[in-house]
Design a protein. Structure first.
Lengths: 440, 294
């Protein structure tokens, strides 16, 4: 009797297993045209709740909350986006992934694919499963979010660096307020003219503590710091004339008192104490709030040629997301980039309100966008210029270069009494070690 | 149920029940992470903990060859050398002045305690603005007094003193309050007897107060030592280790290795283990010294 019931139990277990496997097989079955896929997506994602993590803790975070709330209220699919904004996004994410959990969707720099690539889904089918038009997206930005054929991010924000100049200080120095410097020689000459020690005014505002700012300037003079050398990565610090020119310029400006030896130059820019600086679009918020009369333009190009270095932030779907959650995330991304009846879209609103250049042609064509002087300037870079930022865009160690090599190099020159060439040699040694690890 | 109640009702057993929440929390959030950190230090493992490779003591060897790590240990030692004595002795002096329970002293106790309950981020940002080389209030005030333009947060050799000052300012209130509580426990009859013998306030302090609060003194000294060796928040907010790494503490560097660049959890764990060993040695030495005195 006992033996019988044991066999019965085994048989029941076997049948159950087969049923589960066959059901799963049905669920994962592919096929059908894209239209039916879209319908499936709509049905699958109905009533789904997705988690959405990012690090937008600033004032733009308030706008993001507003837009997400609007989506939760307006969408007809019953999708709920639960957003978690954290200043400790990185450690939150790594801890979650290490524990085998994580959010459905994240918003981060596309460089995150180098660290968390194993936890990100290929979302190249987003253009098949939604009404988003791939051709509307500027290809170079999509390339930034891809590895080969795989797309890991849908662009959300393009962060370029620009030159800002204080028109009142230009005028006070006898310079034409509508004619910012176009070369680095002019930058130095203008800085000297603008500097007024009695008023604590400095002509140039380069911070030794802003590696992104330094990198944007450096690469215009000396090109990319890590490049592909026949299939292996190669660091280009030692003997780089452009980098040497930049470091010499920085050293001369600080020694002459035309540039403050200060980590926090953004506060000085907002206080109207800096003649010229280079920074991201967020600099305008401080300038606008303080009522500074300023101009915005492209960073002067140097010997390295025309450059349009940017960082692309985007939406990404993690591997912890189920099919339903992934479809729901696609719906949200689609909504973000879709026009309403008035011809506006969250992407357009975001771009205009926060001063970030658009990543789609349709947004660039909008009157609201064109009317913004700032956005027009930001979008005026040569579209054929390389968009790589400081390293070849496929090099995974960009954060190491920005956090370890560049700060060490600039600090050595600013405070360590190290010669420019020695600082570059030291940077080369550190960069070679990093590059060597990735070449393995 | 009754049996169970009876079993736990004995004082010797119920004590375990009262201890249990603390012990569980301690095991979960201190002991387990500590053991994991020890384990991780022997691996080459990234931030996401996947593809771990056992490398034995390599991380430790690398740490002692890493000039930034050695520098961070020196910075931490300097910071501790400045922060701990000034705080422990400064708080003692302040506590001696605000011991009596009158309104004035209660007001000052509240004022001194205020920074303790403020977030380190808010405090860091506040001091960063106050001491800014160009738009800072203190800098401008000193400049208007003809003391020149002092670049508090961007001068190697000076900034570590500034950061130590901010740290002391932020946390000496708690040390002072603990001292006040200890001083108030000293029997009033001892002071009365001393007064009758003609001892002045300073002699009373050195011969009655100081010996009576010795355990409290050791407690504050040990906790401040351990705290100073783990300094992170104030440095991270005010200088982020600059200028030229002259304020980069060990924990700041560990954080940057674990989360900002390279994401080497194994290497960061190895450095944490070294720091743990240093703190443990210092604490054990102090503990022995305290017991000897007792």
């Amino acid at each position: 009797m006992n033996k019988m019931s044991k066999w019965k139990r085994m048989a029941a277990l076997g049948i159950s297993t087969m049923m589960i496997v066959s059901t799963a097989a049905c669920g994962s079955g592919s096929g059908g045209n894209s239209k039916s896929e879209k319908t499936d997506a709509k049905n699958q994602s109905k009533g789904t709740t997705i988690s959405f993590w990012n690090s937008f803790t600033g004032s733009d975070g308030d706008m993001l909350v507003e837009l997400v709330n609007r989506y939760n209220k307006e969408n007809e699919d019953g999708i709920t986006v639960e957003m978690d904004i954290s200043s400790d996004f990185d450690s939150q994410l790594s801890t979650a992934f290490a524990a085998g959990t994580g959010p459905t969707m994240i918003l981060s720099s596309s460089a995150y694919r180098f660290t968390y690539g194993d936890y990100m889904q290929d979302i190249s089918d987003v253009f098949d499963k939604t009404d988003l038009d791939k051709d509307d997206f500027i290809q170079s930005y999509l390339d930034y979010c891809s590895e080969g054929d795989k797309l890991y991010f849908v662009p959300f924000q393009v962060v370029g660096y620009y030159m800002y100049w204080n028109k009142d200080l230009f005028e006070a120095a006898g310079l034409d307020p509508e004619a910012p410097p176009t070369t680095w020689e002019e930058w130095q000459t203008y800085a000297e003219k603008i500097t007024d020690e009695s008023k604590n005014v400095y002509g140039s505002g380069i911070s030794y503590d802003y590696p992104y700012q330094i990198a944007h300037m450096m690469q215009r003079l000396g090109g990319l710091s890590v490049t592909d050398d026949n299939g292996s990565w190669k660091a280009n610090f030692a003997g780089n004339k452009g980098y040497a020119d930049f470091l010499t310029m920085y050293k001369t400006l600080t020694e002459n008192g035309d540039n403050p030896l200060e980590a926090d130059t953004d506060s000085m820019v907002s206080a109207g104490q800096i003649g010229m600086t280079v920074g991201g679009p967020w600099v305008t918020a401080g300038l606008d709030t303080a009522g500074v009369n300023y101009g915005i333009g492209l960073i002067p190009q140097g010997d390295a040629g025309d450059m349009n270095s940017v960082e692309v932030l985007g939406f990404s779907v993690t591997t912890t997301a189920s099919d339903e959650e992934k479809e729901a995330a696609y719906k949200f991304i689609e909504w973000w980039n879709s026009e309403n009846e008035e011809g506006s879209s969250p992407a357009l609103e975001w771009s205009v309100a926060n001063g970030f250049p658009a990543y789609t042609y349709s947004v660039q064509e909008k009157d609201e966008y064109k009317q913004s002087e700032k956005l027009s300037v930001m979008s005026s870079a040569n579209p054929d210029a390389p968009t790589d930022f400081i390293v070849d865009s496929s090099f995974p160690g960009i954060n190491d270069i920005l956090n370890d090599v560049i700060p060490e190099m600039i600090n050595s020159v600013a405070f360590g009494n190290m010669s420019v060439n020695d600082a570059l040699e030291k940077a080369q040694t550190t960069a070679d070690k990093i590059v060597g690890e990735y070449n393995k | 149920m009754k049996k169970m109640m009876k079993y736990w009702n004995k004082p010797s057993r119920s004590a375990y029940l009262f201890l249990a929440p603390s012990v569980i929390l301690l095991i979960l959030f201190s002991v387990v992470p500590l053991i994991i950190a020890f384990g991780l230090s022997l691996f080459d493992v990234s931030i996401t903990m996947d593809s771990a490779r056992f490398i034995g003591m390599e991380n430790f060897v690398e740490a002692f060859r890493d000039s930034r790590f050695i520098n961070s240990l020196k910075v931490t030692a300097i910071f501790t050398g400045l922060e701990v004595p000034l705080q422990v002795l400064g708080a003692l002096v302040v506590a001696a002045l605000i011991t009596k329970n009158n309104i004035k002293n209660k007001f000052f106790r509240a004022v001194y305690f205020l920074p303790v309950i403020c977030s380190a981020t808010a405090i860091g940002i506040m001091w960063k603005m106050i001491l800014h080389s160009n738009i800072g209030f203190v800098t401008a005030a000193l400049q208007s007094m003809g003391l020149g333009k002092i670049n508090f947060l961007n001068t190697p050799g000076l900034t570590i003193f500034v950061v130590s000052f901010i740290s002391i300012w932020r946390s000496f209130g708690i040390s002072a309050i603990i001292y006040v509580t200890a001083i108030q426990q000293v029997s009033a009859s001892l002071y009365e007897a001393a007064e009758m013998d003609g001892a002045g306030k300073i002699r009373q302090f050195w011969h009655i107060t100081a010996p009576s609060i010795r355990p409290t003194f050791w407690y504050i000294l040990m906790t401040r030592f351990a705290g100073a060796l783990q300094i992170f928040d104030i440095i991270y907010i005010t200088t982020n280790g600059g200028p030229n790494y002259t304020t980069e503490s060990t924990v700041t560097y560990i954080y940057s290795r674990a989360f900002s660049s390279r994401s080497s959890m194994g290497y960061a764990s190895a450095m944490s283990v070294i720091l743990f060993a240093i703190i443990m040695v210092v604490t054990v030495i102090m503990y022995r010294k305290m017991n000897q005195e007792d």
